[in-house]
Design a protein. Sequence first.
Length: 311
Amino acid sequence: MQAWFFMAYGVMGLGCLLVLFGLLGRRNWNRKLDRERALAAGRVVGYAKKATGQRGSPVCQPIIAFTVDGVEHRANWNAIVPLSQWPVGKEVDLLYDPEHPEEFHLSEQEGESPPFSVMRGGAILIAIALAAVIALRLLSGGGLLPEKGRDDGLPRVSVFNGDPDRAKQGFSYTLNQDGTATITGYNGSESELILPMMIDGQLVTAIGQSAFAANQTLASVTVPGTIRIIPAGAFAGCLSLHTFNPLRGVQRIESLAFTGCLSLKDVYLPESVTDIADNAFPKDCGATFYAAKGSETAKWCEERGYAVKAE
């Protein structure tokens, strides 16, 4: 997933460069138009080049002749155009620089800026990259915007297996059949824990039942949106836990997930949480639940007598 983000940002950067080059080219084109203001009638007298286009149709680079002060000038029109539309003898109106008659452009190009196509291409790339970033954010469960008052910085951590000196710092996990990871336990010493979105290169999508149960160190837990379900008993008996902060993307909190967590003070519930078991939290829980005003989650809390504050 991270590689796709880098690719999208790279495309966006390329689009910005094209827009910048287009703007610079547009400025030079406008200067050229300012110089080329004398009008003359010209005609196609030959071709500097003939070739076959990408679709098999003949193309050419016309040679255009025109008269300035009784003197005939001939110059190549710096364009590759369909031969069928530019036969010898075709008459055109052109604008030229009196000091350099060989420099000219067709009067029909007066309102057309060749660098505009470069700018348009850059804008298209930027739009595609933005759409890709939005899609990736939604697929990863992060949402379009970070939750108000939350930290969306999701760390990528390593699991220290087989190293007794560092094992206490790591998470234990199992791999799912789809290549994602499920966190099954944590034996570290962090009190303010941010669960990783990626672990040893695998996307974390689940927490095992009772994975953090009876952990007496945890005081604050942040769960990334890639994890959709807080399973039964996940944090049961965490007596020191006072803050639970699931990010947008988490959808369900199952029964007894926080049973015995008597120190809970702040529980943040994003609008993505739409299913909470009746006994997910202790009945005598004195925590304040933060939920969007008028949301189903806020109504759920109010119906059970929990203190609710609108976010």
